[in-house]
Ligand binder design. Sequence first.
Ligand code: TRP
Length: 454
Amino acid sequence: MQSKQSMHGSWANRWIFILAATGSAVGLGNIWKFPYITGENGGGAFVLVYLVCILLVGIPIMMGEILVGRRARQSPINAVRETAVEAGRDPRWGLIGWLGVLAGYIIFSFYSVVAGWVLHYIAGMGTGQFVDIGSDLAGKKFESLLASPDQMLIWHSVFVLMVVVVVAGGVNKGLERATKIMMPALFLLLLVLLGYSFNSGSFAEGWSFLFSFNPDALTWDAVLVALGHSFFTLSLGMGAIMAYGSYMGKKDSIGATVLTIGVLDTLVALVAGLAIFPIVFANQLDPGAGPGLMFITLPVAFGQMPGGQIFGFLFFLLVGVAAWTSAISLLEPATAWVVERFGLKRLHAAALLGFIIWLMGIASLLSFNHWADIKIFSMGIFDFLDFITANIMLPLSGLLIAVYAGWVLTQKMTRDELALDSSVAYSAWQITIRFIAPVAVAVIFVVNLYGKLA
Ligand code: TRP
């Protein structure tokens, strides 16, 4: 079975895989969420904890996902089942794959709504609607977007369509081609914005906010947020990376590849922070503004700065590209599975799944206006979907993947698939995947849930 190929194709080379996986990892999580949770949790100390989580939880679990995908060369649902059979275990472990694909599906439906806001802001920045506006007006503009289902529906539809088109193209003509164009564009935009913030923002202030270690700001809650985010930002727990891993070359080293992806993802988050905070500080705005940091605070900052219109436009373009390459990885696992299971053409599978996601997304976007009164466990639909995926489904399936790769698969299989150069490296992976990662994830899982529901 070792020389097996995926029926969906495979990446042209190792760097394409690295860039595609980085495209999945780098998304709204890095540019929208990371800066604002860093802002809310006091900066430097939080960043440090986040880095530790990436290293001790994120990296080992990502290795686990990729090794399962590459071993079986199938969509996550089938990959987990097949490797379980190979290890002589119960095929029902395949349920992990189900949980993941379902989570990805739900995430996509609301991710697309936020991505739709981003598209709206690209248009708004491009046409100069934010020049010289104050905080009040910026807040009102955002609220009026949320109050308008028609506007949101248009952008949500455009975004779903953009994603379906790429996934319908398949691994080589869709995903790979998109990666080749969009990832260099993404890095370039990021560097341009970093340069802008270096020249026009309060760079030193932004730098020290991100990197000065202030232990007083560190709370238990912040540790949990950091751990949860390390998961989300690396796209773990739903088979996205597993699906991408199933198209990976047999000889490529999983360890080195995953480290590269982890480093790139982290760099993008940090550079995004360095592009954003100096601009926020230069305009005497609040770094702890929360989710509105990107949609309210930043437009105010750009609106007041020389060249702000063009750089604001480029900024939202960057976020749009990042969200796009991430959403592709949210649709791919389910699409691959439908193709395998029902023999549908890829185009039909992607279009069908995209349509269902589009419908689900409508429920999310209506929850900001017409359906604002519908509550599930006292949360609106959008918040509820965010909550069950980010706080329940992802940690749960991440935990299961860690247990699965560490305990259920045989050591012979994992050793063979990882093919690490040294036995020290393999032992380090075993210790993290068997003990450190599951315990850490179990802790966030329980405490988070307790905190939310109690
Ligand atoms: N990692 C992406 C981000 O940071 C989001 C994402 C894409 C994701 N695929 C995922 C999150 C799979 C969890 C699981 O925005």
